[in-house]
Design a protein around this ligand. Sequence first.
Ligand SMILES: Nc1ncnc2c1ncn2[C@@H]1O[C@H](COP(=O)(O)OP(=O)(O)OP(=O)(O)O)[C@@H](O)[C@H]1O
Length: 264
Amino acid sequence: MSIQDKLGDSSTAKLSIKNVSKLFRGARQTVTALEDINLEVEDGEFVCLLGASGCGKSTLLNLIAGLEKPTEGTIQSDGQDITGPGRQRMVMFQEHALFPWLDVIGNVLFGLNLKPGLTQDDRRELAMFYLKLVGLEKFSQSNIHELSGGMKQRVALARALAPNPQVLLMDEPFAALDAMTREQLYADLQNIQQKRRKTVIFVTHNVREAVCLGDRVLLFTPRPGRIHNEYRITLPRARDINDVAVAQLASTITADLKKHTPSA
Ligand SMILES: Nc1ncnc2c1ncn2[C@@H]1O[C@H](COP(=O)(O)OP(=O)(O)OP(=O)(O)O)[C@@H](O)[C@H]1O
């Protein structure tokens, strides 16, 4: 079996979110985190969620991941209700959440243990393919504590991609990194998306980052979170975050966001 066969088709899924609201009921108060969210995401589309802190972006990501259930409404992936977490939807967080007791390849292999029908050699070959994709093939035997923050996020990305999920859910994955490292990862992520296209939902506070990466950028109102506007980003790829066109569009979107953020 060739590596192409083992990788499988680069699978994507269409997401359909209908009339979704999410309430968190506490002992003293109920928080409406999301209200009446309607969203269709196409196969292989890269959608960025932007909005003030607390507007429900992570909550929406967790609902799509199946980690939380909507209070009202439905969420479907390729026509199937999402009822819980599954290996077709992998989540990547701001903090890398790697296993420090495993080396780099051990972390990527961990994700592959969920994938049936592969020999141990197949899994190693696949893990190396994804480490190469994120530029870390020379670090496969390294310990996690030996890596920089950017390298750790690359391992986390390889681990999330390795089981070939249809949907990648990214919650501010680059927020803790320095600007130079982030810029490199923007280029890498666009390159990877070209090679192994996924449906991506990407939460960020960084408007330029959203414009640089997204096919579409959704703007949320502060609590309760609602989608108040969306921008289709048609700038040619690969995009550079320092490009004038990216900066101009980002400033238009920032002005729009500020209109809906009382304290801004
Ligand atoms: N498990 C929970 N229990 C109670 N309230 C919650 C829970 N998760 C989120 N919330 C509340 O729901 C609202 C939305 O939170 P969420 O984390 O989704 O926002 P966010 O837009 O991702 O914020 P940030 O940009 O700061 O990460 C907040 O008021 C938050 O306190």
